[in-house]
Design a protein around this ligand. Structure first.
Ligand code: SF4
Length: 114
C-alpha cells in the first residue's frame, strides 16, 4: 500500500473548524478517494506552522522517528486550496521547497469532501 505523509496548514487547523486532522484527509486516504487515487497508509500527519520554516525539518524528523519514509507527501486540501491563501508562500512554492529538500514528490490536495 502506498505510504503517505499529510501536511496540514497549522493556522487553519488551530481555527477549530473543519480541521484537516478531524477526518476528511484520513477518510480519503483510507478509501483511496480524492487526490490519493488509491488506498493509502498515512504514516505521518505534520502541521505546518507560520511562517512555514519548520516544515521541512519536521517532516524529516517524522520520517526519522517513525523509520518509515513516505512515498508521497500530500498537502491537505485546506493548505493547497485555502482562500485567502497563505500569506507567506504559495502552496506551489512550498511544494517545490519540500520536494527539493526531501526528494519526495508532493501532491497538492487530499480530498474534495465538504
Ligand atoms: S505558513 Fe502558511 S501554510 Fe503554513 S501554517 Fe502558516 S498560513 Fe498555513
Amino acid at each position: 500500500m502506498k505510504k503517505v505523509a499529510v501536511v496540514g496548514c497549522g493556522a487553519y487547523m488551530e481555527s477549530g473548524y473543519g480541521c484537516p486532522g478531524e477526518w476528511r484527509c484520513l477518510k480519503a486516504a483510507a478509501l483511496g478517494e480524492g487526490n490519493f487515487g488509491e488506498k493509502s497508509s498515512v504514516v505521518a500527519f505534520v502541521k505546518c506552522e507560520c511562517p512555514g520554516r519548520t516544515l521541512v525539518p519536521t517532516l524529516g524528523m517524522a520520517a526519522k522517528l517513525s523509520e518509515i519514509k513516505p512515498d508521497v507527501i500530500h498537502f491537505s486540501s485546506c493548505l493547497a486550496n485555502s482562500k485567502p491563501g497563505c500569506p507567506y508562500i504559495s502552496a506551489e512554492e512550498l511544494a517545490k521547497l519540500v520536494e527539493g529538500k526531501t526528494g519526495i514528490k508532493v501532491v497538492l490536495g487530499t480530498h474534495d469532501y465538504h
